[in-house]
Design a protein around this ligand. Sequence first.
Ligand code: ATP
Ligand code: MG
Length: 264
Amino acid sequence: MSEPVLSLRNLGVTLQGRDGSITEVTHDVSLDLAPREFVSIVGPSGSGKTTLLRAASGLRPPSRGEVRFEGAPLRGVVPGISIVFQEYNKSLFPWLTVQRNVMMGARRLPAAQREQEVRDALRRVGLEGFASRYPWELSGGMQQRAALARALVSDPRVLMMDEPFASVDALTRGHLEDVVSDLWERSSFAALLVTHDVAEAVYLADRVLVLSARPSRVLAEIQVNLPRPRSHGHTRLLPEFAELEAQVLQRVEEAGREMVGSRD
Ligand SMILES: Nc1ncnc2c1ncn2[C@@H]1O[C@H](COP(=O)(O)OP(=O)(O)OP(=O)(O)O)[C@@H](O)[C@H]1O
Ligand SMILES: [Mg+2]
């Protein structure tokens, strides 16, 4: 395997609640993300997936272990890592047009290049005619595409996505999965996707990590060797797809049972 672009080494995150209580959210998670690799992370609700992404992206320091980005320790937010959050209505600025929102992601680029890059990013997500609209004038799926354009305009090495399609309807979700798949095929970023949806995890990824219940550790790692390029009409009908989906689902259910058990 080539030198990983991102390495999580025995990452642990312990959070302190406002009442002073201490919760170990992430116990021990390790992952090497290769350049251009697509990894999905699934796990029971509350298993600390968002917390893990925050630590992996430099948004918060881990309590234990280390994150390495391009071979050096990650000490905070860096331009090479972009994140798309679940709630597009909270991640776009409502008082800025789509173009100005995407421009926010381009502010580290040379000024002369920015407008062109923003135009390109909007074209890549299929929003070329909507640059002057405000986010609230767009559908949920279009807002999420604008958030994707903002994340990709800086040409990141790693794109992290936290439940990016959870707030849109099933049809839009399928379409957005294909938008991401297509962008990934045609670009050079590695992707880390957190999702509840096992089929989505398998459909998009080269590898799926299943997290245990909190405090989370890696319960299983499943390689997805489905042919690319993938499409809903083809990939999801393959018998191998159904097998992989069942395999991941079984591990997620195990993690869920573990969680119920821990509450008894
Ligand atoms: N700032 C915080 N202080 C204390 N506890 C927190 C804090 N943020 C999250 N938690 C707790 O950490 C646990 C994991 O939260 P997290 O949001 O990372 O899980 P998740 O796997 O992303 O959940 P979901 O699938 O519902 O999105 C939860 O039990 C949550 O209550
Ligand atoms: Mg979450």
